[in-house]
Design a protein around this ligand. Structure first.
Ligand SMILES: Cc1cc2nc3c(=O)[nH]c(=O)nc-3n(C[C@H](O)[C@H](O)[C@H](O)COP(=O)(O)OP(=O)(O)OC[C@H]3O[C@@H](n4cnc5c(N)ncnc54)[C@H](O)[C@@H]3O)c2cc1C
Length: 493
C-alpha cells in the first residue's frame, strides 16, 4: 500500500497517538533489523529475510513490526497457555485490514511460516510459532453494537468480554463463550459454544458477514450473498481460509438480569444428580441452559456442580428448575436473578493467562445411563482436573450438519476434559490426567469440537465428516499454497 497516503488519514493519526511505540510515520527505529535474519519457511526449511525487506514491511504497517529485543516482543508472543514458549522471527502488530494484507503478502511472497493471533487462547498454541511471522491482531479489538439494526461488529482480535460489554450496554446479546478473555477470532471460526446457544444457536449461526484477508492479500467481505462458499467454510473451518479482521453478528434483545448461578453437591451425590439430569435434560426449554461439572474445589472439596442460566422470565425459570433443586442435598445453591456478566466472568481468574493446561473433548450424542455410570466411575479426584459440559440441542440442532462447516449438530452435550497446573515439572502428569479421563469416556464420543482439543491434527478429515471434501475444494481456491496452516489444517484439494 502507499504508506504516504495512509499517513494522511485521521485513522492513522489516532492510532499513532494510541500506540506511542509506533512513533510517527517513518520513525519506527525499534523495528528495524541490523542485519538480515534467519526464519523458517512453510515447509520447515531455513530461509533468510533481508534487512531491506523487513524495513519495508515495517514502513508499510501502521503498527510495529517487532523483532526479538523490541520492548513489546515478549508480551506479544505470550499466549494464554503457559505450555507454549515460542519465538517468532517477526511479529507484525496489525492495526488495520491493510496492515494484515501487507503482512500476508510479505509472508506469501517468501513462503514464510505464518501464525495468526486473535485472543491467544489456542490450547495447542497454534497462534504463535518459532521463527515465522506472527500476525498479531490483539490491538484490533474494537466492538460496536447497534440496537436498531440488531448487529454487532467486532475486530478480529477482540475478546468475548468486549463483545458482551458492547452488546449488553445496548440491551442486546449474542452467544459468547464462558471465559471472557477468550478471543472472538478463533472462537467464532471454530463454531462458538456458550450459555445462550440453546436459544440463539452457535456463534457461527449468528454470524452475518466477515471481512477476511485471503492468502492473495485481497480484503473481502463475505456473507450468504458474497463469496458464499468462503462464508460457509469460515463457519466452523477455523483459520484455514484467511485472517478475519471483522465479524458481523446478529444480536438479540436481552434482559441482562437472568436467573443464573451454580448448584453444588458433594461428589458422592453424583450418581443421583447425573441420573436425574440424564432424563430431565431431554425436555429442557430453549431458555434453560444447564449442565454438570465434576471437579475438586479448593474449599468445597470433591464436588459435582450444575451451572444454570435461564434466558427468560425468572419466575418461569424457577418453576422449570425446581425438580433439579430437589435432588439430594446441595451444599450450595447460588442460583438467583443476577447480572449475566457474573457467570460470564466467574471462571476468568481460575483460568488466568499463564496457566499450563491441556484439554480434550467429546461430542456426545446421548446423555445415556452408560455415560452416567462411566462419569461416576471415572471421576478423578485431583485439583488439577475437571470435567465441564457444554449443553447443546435447541437452536444448535436446528441447523443441518452440512449447512455450515461445523458438522456436530446432533450432539446433546459436549464433555470438556480440562487439566491446569502452574509448575512446568508437572507438564507430563497434567497432560496424562486429561488423556486418561478422556480415554475413560471416549466410547461415548461421536467426534470432537476442534476449538477445545489438543490432539485434533491427525483426525481432521474424519472430524469434519461430510464437510471435508467441500472444505478442501474451498481451501484450494482461496489458499492453494496452504499459507494458513497453523490450525487444524485442511489440505488444499
Ligand atoms: C479458558 C478457555 C475457555 C474457553 N471457553 C470456550 C467456550 O466457552 N466456548 C467455546 O466454543 N470455546 C471455548 N474455548 C476454546 C476457544 O474457542 C478456542 O481456544 C479459540 O481458538 C480461541 O480463540 P482465540 O482467538 O482466543 O485463539 P488464538 O489462539 O488467537 O487462535 C486460535 C486459532 O484461530 C486462529 N485465529 C484466531 N483469530 C483469528 C482471526 N481473526 N482470523 C483468522 N484466524 C484466527 C489462529 O490462527 C489459531 O489457529 C475456550 C478456550 C479457553 C482457553
Amino acid at each position: 500500500m502507499d504508506r504516504r497516503s495512509f499517513c494522511k488519514t485521521t485513522l492513522a493519526a489516532s492510532m499513532a497517538a494510541a500506540y506511542p511505540l509506533i512513533g510517527g510515520c517513518g520513525q519506527k527505529t525499534a523495528t528495524e533489523a541490523d542485519t538480515s535474519i534467519r526464519a523458517v519457511s512453510l515447509d520447515g526449511a531455513e530461509i533468510e529475510l533481508e534487512k531491506a525487506a523487513i524495513k519495508e514491511l515495517g514502513e508499510a504497517l501502521s503498527g510495529p513490526v517487532m523483532l526479538s529485543g523490541h520492548p513489546d516482543y515478549d508480551g506479544a508472543r505470550q499466549i494464554w497457555n503457559g505450555m507454549h514458549d515460542k519465538r517468532p522471527a517477526l511479529i507484525a502488530r496489525c492495526l488495520t485490514s491493510e496492515d494484515v494484507s501487507n503482512a500476508v503478502t510479505f509472508a506469501r511472497e517468501r513462503e514464510l511460516l505464518v501464525a495468526v493471533r486473535g485472543g491467544g487462547h489456542s490450547w495447542p498454541g497454534k497462534s504463535v510459532c518459532d521463527d515465522g511471522l506472527m500476525i498479531d491482531l490483539s490491538h484490533m479489538r474494537n466492538v460496536e453494537a447497534n440496537a436498531e439494526t440488531r448487529r454487532a461488529f467486532a475486530g478480529g482480535g477482540a475478546l468475548l468480554g468486549h463483545l458482551d460489554d458492547a452488546t449488553l450496554a445496548k440491551g442486546l446479546v449474542t452467544t459468547a463463550g464462558v471465559v471472557s478473555h477468550t478471543g472472538v477470532g478463533g472462537y467464532t471460526l471454530g463454531g462458538g459454544f456458550g450459555r445462550l446457544n440453546r436459544k440463539y444457536g452457535l456463534t457461527i449461526d449468528n454470524l452475518r458477514s466477515a471481512e477476511i484477508i485471503t492468502a492473495d492479500g485481497q480484503v473481502r467481505t463475505v456473507s450468504e450473498e458474497q463469496d458464499a462458499d468462503l462464508f460457509w467454510a469460515i463457519r466452523g473451518g477455523g483459520g484455514n481460509f484467511g485472517v478475519v479482521t471483522q465479524f458481523e453478528y446478529e444480536v438479540h434483545p436481552f434482559d441482562r438480569n437472568v436467573l443464573s448461578g451454580l448448584i453444588v453437591w458433594p461428589i458422592d451425590q453424583a450418581p443421583d444428580v447425573l441420573d436425574f439430569y440424564a432424563g430431565w435434560q431431554e425436555g429442557l426449554s430453549r431458555e434453560m441452559y444447564t449442565g454438570p461439572a465434576m471437579l475438586t474445589h479448593p474449599e468445597a472439596g470433591n464436588v459435582i456442580a450444575m451451572e444454570v442460566v435461564y434466558n427468560g422470565d425468572p419466575a418461569q425459570g424457577e418453576k422449570e428448575l425446581a425438580p433439579l433443586r430437589a435432588i439430594g442435598s446441595p451444599i450450595d445453591d447460588g442460583v438467583k436473578v443476577q447480572d449475566y456478566k457474573v457467570l460470564q466472568t466467574h471462571e476468568d481468574a481460575t483460568v488466568a493467562h499463564g496457566i499450563r493446561s491441556y484439554a480434550k473433548n467429546a461430542m456426545v450424542g446421548e446423555f445415556s445411563q452408560g455415560l452416567v455410570d462411566d462419569m461416576v466411575d471415572s471421576y478423578i479426584a485431583d485439583p488439577r482436573a475437571a470435567i465441564f459440559t457444554h449443553t447443546c440441542g435447541g437452536a444448535v440442532s436446528d441447523v443441518g450438519e452440512t449447512d455450515t462447516a461445523f458438522p456436530h449438530r446432533n450432539a446433546e452435550t459436549m464433555l470438556v476434559f480440562f487439566t491446569g497446573w502452574m509448575d512446568p515439572a508437572q507438564d507430563a502428569e497434567g497432560k496424562q490426567l486429561c488423556r486418561d479421563w478422556h480415554a475413560a469416556l471416549e466410547k461415548h464420543s461421536g467426534g470432537y469440537y476442534d476449538n477445545i482439543e489438543q490432539e485434533g491434527d491427525t483426525r481432521v478429515a474424519r472430524n469434519f465428516g461430510p464437510n471435508y471434501d467441500r472444505l478442501r475444494q474451498i481451501k484450494s481456491e482461496y489458499d492453494p499454497g496452504n499459507l494458513f496452516r497453523l490450525n487444524s489444517n485442511i489440505e488444499p484439494a
